[in-house]
Design a protein. Structure first.
Length: 100
């Protein structure tokens, strides 16, 4: 965003743990950042993260991540836009189209 360029964004390098599993019981990919709390509008880039795991296996590796902190304006806009997008869900109806 242009606001991020004008107001400045802080970059933080942190160690992280990447946990990927591809099995009958679970299909997931988690990233656990060490010592950093991520907020609305923040970006996380994991360096050299594995992208595939063969079926039936689980992989847990240590990597480095870059957390790019959102400016106060980006944080505010993210909160506002998320509320507006949430209200789109209210438009969904659960009525039956079939008539008896």
């Amino acid at each position: 965003m242009i606001g991020g360029l004008l107001l400045g964004r802080q970059r933080v390098e942190v160690p992280c743990t990447v946990d990927i599993e591809h099995s009958f019981d679970s299909l997931h990919a988690y990233v656990d950042l060490e010592g950093v709390e991520v907020g609305p509008g923040d970006e996380v880039i994991v360096h050299d993260a594995p992208t595939e795991v063969p079926f039936g296996e689980r992989l847990v590796v240590q990597r480095t991540a870059t957390v790019i902190r959102a400016s106060w304006l980006e944080r505010l806009l993210t909160k506002l836009l998320s509320r507006l997008e949430l209200t789109e869900l209210y438009e969904v109806g659960f009525s039956s189209w079939r008539r008896a």
